[in-house]
Design a protein around this ligand. Sequence first.
Ligand code: CA
Ligand code: CA
Length: 268
Amino acid sequence: MNKRSAMKNTLVQVCLVLIFLSAIQESSAQDDSQSIPITIDNELNEKIFDGRWTHVTEWKNSSLEYMRGESTQVTLRISHLEDFIYVLVDAVHDTTPGEQKDHAMVCFDSKVDNRTKPDTNNFCFISKLGSEKGVTLHWSEESQSFEMTESHSELIVVGGISDENDRYSKVPHASYEFKIPLELFGRYDRYGFFASSYDHSKIEISTWTVGVQVSTEAEIPDRLSWGFIHSPDKSLPEYELPISIFLISILLTFFITTKLAKRINYRI
Ligand SMILES: [Ca+2]
Ligand SMILES: [Ca+2]
């Protein structure tokens, strides 16, 4: 094999790997169409759990998504650090805060390979406005429904009213903060996720994923209509890692074998 053919072979091999890589990326992008990337927030220790955006940088490093209803838009901020996931539900449109009536709910499923029905890895947390005591709902296989259960000792759920420090509106409105221990449902690369917010005075429900039909304010919709959250910064176990290792191995193998082939040819 002369030097020109060796180069040609290497070029073909690299092209094949790039095509393979693009196909995987494409497939991953399609899969993530209903998935919120959450990033690590090293400033979480600065958080004050009072049910509002307390100071300028409090939720700055969290991911941004919107929950929506027929005429509502609710800001959803999510981040994580160490053994907790953090969520802010900022109901800017709900300027009629009603204590114990308005509320927000976030749901997690750590077993995402079975989306057809809930299982014991499914938890929902409800924050009521004006309350510093969250409600934990856990799927029961026995009753085939979500049941209220004792909250984890490190769970923090606070529903409050915003002030002038809110990032989106100076008009006082309902907002909710959650600190959720991963110990409850495990540390994984991605979770099934659903969130809703209820404005009692207007009888409006906002949801993520958007467009989910829920008929009552505390309804947890069918598991199939939930989306996902995932970590793109490898701070939680990262599902692309095995694929990345596989691809790097292929590239290294091509590189080494090509080099070896060249050396053998030169010696011959
Ligand atoms: Ca706060
Ligand atoms: Ca309200």
